[in-house]
Ligand binder design. Structure first.
Ligand SMILES: [Zn+2]
Length: 301
């Protein structure tokens, strides 16, 4: 979950780059919140039983894993993108006023795919080092590495620590349908997501589950923007300089995020090509999956 905001911010950076294909650029301008929502979608299942997760966090326990979180990261991750592309085509969303959200969501999803592929190998190396050094659970080392990556990345790129500032809340409140009490993913977008998940996994989380995930992201944003966020920020770290070196500088995290952005732009071009093709045939599908493959995003590759 600590990488949650990193994904949203990386997607913002990508959207502001030259070279975003025209169809996506237009959708990103109209629906930035849907793009960010797409960029964190794969991680939404970690918000299942969020109050319990918070309680575990304070007691130093590893966060609970959710089957959907595992499935979204490890199975058909390229085919899911292709299913979104085909859903956009099937519904002619690129020709409709209300179609921007689904196209922006797809663009955000592609950036998560690229980021996990390039950042998770670094996280895996940290996990191995920590396991060798101190034992413990691989999940907690994974979470910890991502937390430091996110802290120092944001501090560097935005010029200040984001914890305890309005930033987390601004990100989560931009998601379409976001609300602390009555969150609801807009019907058309929810339907596109549902159809793509069903195509790849044969069934999908219920709308109520999707809405609950969205709702808890709003609480997450509010929590991190408050006092609790500040307590988890850079200022609260005893050895910030050493941690920064280890998790940010020595691994060239900044360079790796830039490479992920470049990869996302290639993904977007591949998606735009399929969106604009006369018809989608086997060769077009194969070309897309060659560019956006079914890999294990949990470990990256
Ligand atoms: Zn992820």
């Amino acid at each position: 979950m600590p990488a949650f905001l990193l994904h949203a911010t990386a997607s913002d950076e990508c959207a502001s780059r030259a070279g975003v294909p025209a169809g996506f650029a237009a959708a990103f301008t109209r629906a930035p919140g849907a793009r960010r929502f797409g960029a964190v979608f794969v991680d939404l299942p970690y918000f299942t039983a969020f109050p319990l997760q918070i309680a575990r966090h304070f007691r130093g326990r590893v966060s609970l894993s959710d089957p959907w979180g595992h499935v979204f990261h490890t199975r058909g991750v390229g085919r899911f993108a292709l299913a979104l592309v085909e859903a956009v085509r099937r519904r002619h969303l690129d020709a409709r006023d209300d179609g921007a959200a689904a196209i922006a969501f797809l663009g955000g999803y592609l950036s998560h795919h690229a980021m996990d592929r390039l950042i998770h190998p670094i996280v895996q190396r940290h996990v191995r080092e920590e396991l060798a050094r101190s034992g413990g659970w691989f999940e907690s080392h994974h979470t910890e590495a991502e937390k430091y990556q996110s802290l120092f990345f944001h501090q560097e790129r935005l010029g200040h620590d984001i914890m305890g500032t309005a930033y987390p809340r601004d990100v989560t409140s931009s998601f379409p349908g976001a609300s602390l009490w009555a969150a609801r993913v807009p019907a058309e977008l929810a339907s596109v997501i549902e159809s793509a998940v069903v195509e790849v996994h044969a069934h999908a989380p219920s709308r109520a589950t999707l809405d609950a995930w969205l709702r808890w992201t709003s609480w997450y944003g509010v929590l991190l923007s408050g006092k609790q966020g500040w307590r988890e920020g850079v200022a609260a770290l005893a050895d910030a300089a050493a941690l920064r070196r280890r998790y940010y500088t020595d691994t060239d995290l900044a360079g790796q995020v830039d490479r992920a952005t470049a990869l996302t732009l290639e993904y977007l071009r591949a998606a735009e090509e399929v969106l604009r093709a006369e018809a989608i045939d086997r060769a077009a599908r194969a070309r897309f999956l060659d560019m956006v493959p079914d890999v294990d995003l949990d470990v990256g590759s």
